[in-house]
Write a protein that binds this ligand. Structure first.
Ligand code: FMN
Ligand code: ADP
Length: 321
């Protein structure tokens, strides 16, 4: 059964605990936000409804256009899917949704890999909302989910639960047991079950395929501006500030989500803001030392101290000094 959870005060995740997603549903209120140093293709803004249970999909979110994938980082390739979904949804007057499993599949299949994620559920939801997504289906990604036959996933979740009118995927999207599901299979089943499929051609940027892996490589090299360019927006990280953890320099230690990638060591100019709200609270500098400790220096702590929710940091540039 889907329940309502206010995500605005959640630390790192709309889910209570690390991921206790099954059976919860939340509403994330999102507003327009000016990205710093980079422009979004489209900024729509709007509430994003989070669903974790496909058996109780509200009627107004059924018969929608759904994008499938993980969408870590929401880079320009992902945004091309969004553009195709919006065009189809406008033509049919349907809601736009996205399936983005949690945790990221790599966390299930390679649990000991170093932190690699670009986003958390809250930063993903914010990005989706800016681009006009109305609902985010985030089922718990476990072995039972990953091992579903493609037809079973389509019949039970996409058709039975969401009654989708159209799916939007990348041309090489694969899913289901032994990764047998692909665009051809989606189209074949779609003809029988009454949904359409849009397969988006590969999107490139600077003569190479846009991918989350490429964004990660740029961040690990400290190239924040390159990452922003590939993303089409600033890289946003969800932070927890620990008020008691003050360093001698006046900086405060910040909690960094364990699964989120740390960029190259050094200092980064950031803009600190509330999740899902326009405008900055303060300019700041995040430093990542060689031991991985993350600290934050701010122009003004006063405005930040009153914020109960976690903070979002938009990464602007790697500082030379
Ligand atoms: C709907 C759905 C989406 C999936 N998405 C991904 C994904 O984004 N990345 C990934 O590595 N595996 C994903 N998987 C899991 C793989 O398709 C596959 O099921 C998994 O690698 C297990 O493969 P095996 O049967 O060969 O062990 C997804 C599975 C399903 C059912
Ligand atoms: N460069 C791209 N061009 C077109 N579609 C893409 C691109 N990158 C990813 N996609 C599509 O976006 C969806 C989410 O992809 P995902 O696997 O989360 O991306 P990534 O590999 O970048 O982490 C999938 O349907 C995928 O096929």
């Amino acid at each position: 059964m889907n329940k309502m959870v206010d995500t605005r005060n959640a630390l790192f995740s709309p889910y209570p605990g690390c991921f206790a997603g099954r059976g919860q549903q939340s509403l994330v209120r999102l507003n327009l936000h000016e990205a710093n140093g980079a422009t979004f293709v489209e900024q729509c803004g709007g509430p994003v409804q989070l669903l974790t249970d496909a058996t109780t999909v509200p009627a107004h979110l059924q018969a929608g256009v759904m994008m499938l994938g993980n969408f870590d980082g929401f880079h320009r390739g992902h945004q091309a899917l969004m553009a195709a979904a919006r065009a189809a949804a406008l033509a049919g007057g349907s809601p736009i949704g996205v399936m983005s499993v949690e945790p990221h599949p790599r966390q299930l299949f390679a649990p000991h890999s170093t932190a690699f994620r670009l986003g958390t559920p809250a930063t993903k939801a914010e990005a989706f909302g800016r681009f006009g997504v109305e609902f985010m289906y985030s089922p718990r990604f476990d072995h039972a989910f990953a091992g579903q036959e493609p037809e079973e996933f389509i019949d039970e979740i996409l058709v039975g639960g969401f009654k989708v009118s159209r799916l939007v995927v990348g041309h090489n999207f694969r899913f289901g047991r032994r990764r047998r599901g692909d665009v051809d299979l989606l189209r074949r089943v779609g003809r029988l079950r009454g949904f359409a499929v849009t397969a988006v051609e590969e999107v490139q940027w600077d003569d190479a395929t846009c991918s989350s892996t490429r964004v990660r490589d740029l961040l690990m090299a400290g190239d924040v501006e390159g990452a922003s360019s590939l993303l089409g927006h600033a890289w946003t990280v969800e932070l927890g500030v620990m008020p008691a953890a003050v360093l001698r320099s006046g900086e405060r230690i910040v909690a960094w989500h364990a699964s989120v990638l740390k960029p190259a060591c050094g200092g980064y100019d950031v803009v600190i803001r509330r999740p899902n709200e326009p405008g900055s609270l303060s300019q700041g500098r995040i430093t990542i030392d060689t031991s991985g400790l993350v600290s934050l220096a701010l122009e003004s702590w006063r405005v930040v101290e009153s914020v109960q929710a976690p903070l979002f940091a938009d990464f602007i540039r790697h500082c030379a000094d």
